[in-house]
Design a protein around this ligand. Structure first.
Ligand SMILES: [Zn+2]
Ligand SMILES: [Zn+2]
Length: 135
């Protein structure tokens, strides 16, 4: 079981199952929503994400129909994204985790959208789109 929280501590979550398909995403959407060179995201089963505290502070922004980015309305920390077409799983923002995890990132994605000041120094495969194993 993993634990996570937002910057202000209003939202606390637990992840009751594994995290899969962890990647560093350099696409412009992730860069803008996180304000960083890239976002590190992984899938969790929707049933495995438990809101321990702060559900009332969770807001969302619908970027495209059915695709929402969920964040803390107090401190603006990104928490996860959801897709109505794929409701059984959520895309967790790994930066909110407070505990060490067993799963590790498998690649850098959307590297052609990366910021010119981002030098991609990790020893991971690099893809122009999603990693080939993504389902
Ligand atoms: Zn917060
Ligand atoms: Zn992205």
């Amino acid at each position: 079981m993993y634990q996570g929280s937002c910057l202000c501590g209003a939202i606390k979550i637990e992840i009751l199952g594994p995290i899969s398909d962890i990647i560093h995403c350099h696409c412009s959407l992730c860069r803008k929503s996180c304000g960083t060179a890239y976002a590190t995201n992984g899938f969790v089963q929707s049933k495995d994400l438990k809101m321990v505290q702060g559900a009332q502070s969770l807001g969302s922004f619908e970027l495209r129909p059915g695709k929402r980015r969920h964040f803390c309305t107090i401190c603006a920390s990104p928490i996860y994204s959801s897709n109505e077409q794929d409701a059984n799983r959520l895309r967790l923002r790994l930066g909110i985790l407070d505990t060490a995890i067993n799963e590790m990132p498998i690649s850098h994605n959307f590297v052609t959208s990366k910021a010119n000041w981002d030098d991609l120094d990790a020893q991971l495969p690099r893809y122009e789109q999603h990693e080939p194993s993504r389902r």
